[in-house]
Design a protein around this ligand. Structure first.
Ligand code: T4K
Length: 412
């Protein structure tokens, strides 16, 4: 059906209706951006030649320097992944009791707290930005609150100035899960330097990747010293252990991959942006599709292509569209459905949390992420938009084919 409500006369074929998949290969949200293979292999050869594989190796140190330079912060502590980075940071800050965070985030944000016996208190978002709403944060502060964990979702800044003022007013520790936000800024200041510390992810699916990996960045000298010791069993020197620690050290192969990825950062961003703009153009004429925009005043890595679906206007629910896309080999994702508060153990611990999270619940049911990154070209984006247009045009047939609804497939 087109925007005027007419049925298309010759509806195109779709895989969900028995046609051949539109794409011969699977298009993933999160397919790794691979840097120059030769450069990566040369670095790995060098690691092997020098027989220094981990424990603050030369490539980890170089990676840390380049991350802190780019983010404009004094210290960068590379870690095995962002989840462990958050855990180490939370412990180093001595957080306890309750910490306020959004529910619209990857479950790792909440798990990092719960893992350490801290109660995650989920806060609703501003539907216009998808960010945790500072006004709602203030309402949730109680004597048990010790901290606020903002999440720069999709690389958009999570009100760092307002949350900073709130944290100061109430004497709370402010940290940021900046897993999505490497290379992004808030009004001219790169994300990474806000709050007590921020944590980037360099997982394979991220803008910059070190296979698995993450980094804690901070301008706090004393905190950085503690963090560096904590990620290495608490060692402060040979045979000297000065605090409780764990093993969260990044290895040299990961650092080699991270450096190779950083070498290509400008090209990756340019490709992301070019694809994003093509999606913007391609989706503009499709009923019910609203692409989340990135503010011109903030720098973005354009890694995430986030679409809000209006099921009434599109004539199909988000889940129906996602199921139809998967059949055609476009593996759109429903990040971060159904929201952390609906996942265990949080659902059992606080079964009523959803009542204070109306915007989170609404968005979780409507968001779809589309593939981006260097494995996706302009032709892919155009075909993907055409595919969505065709799905919407055949809404009655798609709806019928999915009744009773076929569950959205799980990733392999
Ligand atoms: N905070 C936030 C806000 C986060 O988003 C994340 C991680 C974290 C904290 C924790 O960071 P880390 O501890 O991971 O450093 C994936 C990633 O595993 C996860 O890192 C990421 N967020 C999350 C958004 O995405 P899943 O469970 O969706 O992964 P999976 O296996 O379904 O893969 C995602 C897509 O990427 C699939 O379509 C397949 C594709 N893919 C994946 C890999 C690993 C590839 O094409 N190639 C690959 O090598 O969590």
């Amino acid at each position: 059906m087109d925007r005027s409500g007419r049925m298309a006369r010759h509806p195109p074929n779709l895989a969900i209706l028995g046609g051949r998949p539109r794409f011969a290969r699977k298009l993933h949200v999160g397919a790794p951006n691979l840097g120059d293979r030769g450069a990566l292999l040369a670095r790995i050869e060098d690691v092997l030649d020098r027989r220094w594989l981990t424990n603050n190796g030369q490539y980890v140190q170089e990676f840390e320097r380049r991350i802190s330079d780019h983010a404009g912060v004094r210290h960068c502590i590379a870690v095995t992944n962002a989840t462990v980075g958050l855990q180490v940071l939370i412990r180093a800050l001595g957080l306890s009791g309750d910490v306020i965070l959004p529910s619209l985030t990857f479950v790792a944000t909440a798990h990092a707290l719960q893992w350490l016996g801290i109660r995650p208190v989920f806060c609703d978002i501003d539907p216009a930005t998808h960010m945790m709403n500072p006004d709602r944060v203030e309402e949730l502060i109680t004597p048990a609150t010790t901290g606020i964990m903002g999440v720069h979702l999709w690389g958009r800044p999570c009100a760092p100035a307002r949350l900073g003022a709130l944290a100061r007013k109430h004497g709370l520790a402010l940290v940021f899960d900046a897993a999505h936000a490497f290379g992004c800024s808030a009004r001219g200041t790169m994300l990474g330097g806000f709050g007590r510390a921020e944590v980037f992810s360099f997982h394979a699916t991220k803008f910059i990747n070190s296979l698995e990996g993450g980094a804690i960045v901070t301008n706090d000298d004393a905190l950085a010293k503690t963090l560096r010791s904590m990620i290495n069993f608490g060692f402060s020197g040979l045979d000297a252990v000065s605090c409780l620690g764990t093993n969260a050290k990044m290895n040299e192969f990961s650092a080699c991959a991270g450096l190779t990825s950083l070498d290509d950062m400008d090209q990756i961003r340019a490709r992301n942006r070019q694809n994003y703009l093509a999606y913007q153009q391609g989706l503009a004429s499709i009923a019910g599709m609203k692409l989340l925009t990135y503010d011109a005043e903030n720098r973005s890595n354009y890694h995430y292509v986030v679409v809000e679906i209006d099921a009434v206007a599109a004539g199909l629910s988000r889940d129906e569209i996602v199921t139809a896309l998967w059949a055609d080999n476009v593996h759109a994702r429903r990040y971060f459905y159904p929201g952390c508060h609906m996942m265990e153990p949080y659902r059992t611990l606080d079964p009523n949390a959803g009542a204070r999270l109306p915007h989170t619940n609404d968005l979780c049911a409507r968001i779809m992420l589309l593939p981006n990154g260097t494995s996706i070209g302009l032709e892919d984006v155009r075909s993907c938009c055409q595919l969505i247009k065709d799905i919407v045009a055949r809404q009655i047939h798609v709806h019928r084919a999915l009744s009773p609804p076929i569950p959205v497939p799980e990733p392999a």
